[in-house]
Design a protein around this ligand. Structure first.
Ligand code: PMP
Length: 406
């Protein structure tokens, strides 16, 4: 085989479909986000970022930065080892306590990302619980799917956000068989929210464990930022709450929160926890500061909601199609990979507005979109500029308008 030719032809096929991934190279400006510098071949330009998952701007919060600076000075850069072998720093332990408190659980366990936490925790639970069957929502994130696959356990897919289908599927199983139901609270690409209470009713009826991914919920929902389950008073009914420190909390890392024994079980058996260097202590301290702040402060959440409503109302006035949902995520539907890229490039080149196109396989073909995430650090002026630019491209690009509006 000519390996280079193979790589090249595979990449060309992706290019031909208009879904070759081009990463905008940016430098986020501390204290000035969502403004950023974009590096291009012959210099730099200024851009406003509209597609960040730093949903509340906590990545630049002075308390977070100060905590990280302090711990870098005190502890140095890296953790120095795996959690097992010299890498468990005091700041990891403090953060795990903070997370357990956030979710009202006995314990929490840190991972180096939300992806790893899903992959390792689901993979370990499903593989190690004898004869376990996993019921997985049809739109679960890749990290959950990969973890379930890796476990080798039997998997059943239930219809997205359908407690009825989950009930039907669970009813076909031996009542004594161990069962694990995996789903998300806020689905990242459509921004819809799961009927958590109804799903938990079904889990309880069938004595199934419940595993919720609150990656797009933590920090953002609930009076202390504990997620949608906190807002709905359901945290104590969920077996495992999984989350990230990389989105609303603005730093990096992932975790599960659950009973002491379940966390200890995953800690003991998950290779994705054991055989990897622990996150830098300064990162743990930054995340801890962010969580503490968002437990007490609602201003970021309230301002974000205001911004989201403002953008949504303006899109409605312009007739620009977006998926209606009750969350902070605004998916502006384009429905074609080439057009989606064209609009994204046009926004960047003409208005310094950065919204990454979202293509297959992240979303199904024909549902390509611009995923807009307003945050409390977007100013009124930023919102107005976004809306003006979108309005311009929707009017200028007649074909796109006709097709998109159809
Ligand atoms: N779960 C969901 C639903 C996600 O959208 C993501 C990331 N986009 C992850 C897990 C992974 O989280 P992290 O970015 O912290 O790895």
């Amino acid at each position: 085989m000519d390996y280079q030719e193979f790589f090249g032809s595979e990449l060309q096929a992706v290019r031909d479909e208009g879904r070759y991934r081009v990463f905008a190279e940016i430098e986020r400006k501390a204290g000035n986000f969502p403004q950023a510098t974009r590096y291009v071949e012959d210099g730099t330009t200024n851009v406003t970022v509209w597609c960040s998952n730093d949903y509340l701007g906590m990545g630049q919060h002075p308390k977070v930065a100060a905590a990280m600076h302090k711990v870098i000075d005190e502890c140095g850069a890296g953790a120095g080892g795996t959690r097992n072998i010299s890498g468990t720093n005091h700041h990891h332990v403090l953060l795990e306590k903070e997370l357990a408190d956030l979710h009202g659980k006995e314990d929490a366990l840190l991972f180096t990302s939300g992806y790893v936490s899903n992959w390792a925790a689901l993979g370990t639970l499903a593989a190690r619980i004898p004869d376990c069957v996993v019921l997985s929502d049809a739109l679960n994130h890749a990290s959950m799917i990969e973890g379930i696959r890796y476990s080798g356990a039997e998997r059943m897919i239930f219809e997205h956000n359908s407690p009825e289908d989950l009930d039907r599927k669970l009813s076909t199983l031996d009542p004594d068989r161990p069962k694990l139901v995996a789903f998300e609270s806020v689905y990242s690409m459509d921004g819809d929210i799961a009927p958590i209470a109804e799903i938990l009713d079904v889990c309880e009826k069938h004595n199934a464990m419940s595993y919720i991914d609150e990656v797009h919920g933590v920090g953002l929902y609930g009076p202390r930022g504990g997620g949608v389950a906190e807002r709905e008073g359901l945290m104590d009914r969920i077996t495992v709450i999984e989350g990230t420190l990389g989105k609303a909390f603005g730093v990096m890392g992932g975790y599960i929160s659950a009973s002491k024994d379940l966390c200890d079980f995953v800690r003991t058996f998950a290779s994705g926890f054991i055989f990897t260097t622990a996150m830098p202590p300064a990162v743990a301290a930054g995340a801890c500061a962010s969580i503490k702040h968002l437990k007490e402060s609602n201003i970021e959440r309230d301002t974000q909601k205001e911004r989201v409503e403002k953008v949504r109302d303006a899109l409605d006035r312009l007739g620009i199609p977006h998926l209606p949902n009750p969350s902070h995520i605004i998916p502006v539907m384009v429905g074609d990979a080439h057009k989606c890229k064209f609009i994204s490039d046009w926004l960047m080149d003409n208005h310094g507005i950065y919204v990454q196109p979202i293509n297959y396989p992240t979303v199904p073909r024909g549902t390509e979109r611009l995923r807009i995430t307003p945050s409390p650090v977007h100013s009124d002026d930023d919102v107005n500029r976004l809306i003006t630019a979108l309005s311009e491209i929707w009017s200028q690009c007649e074909l796109a308008r006709r097709d998109i509006a159809a």
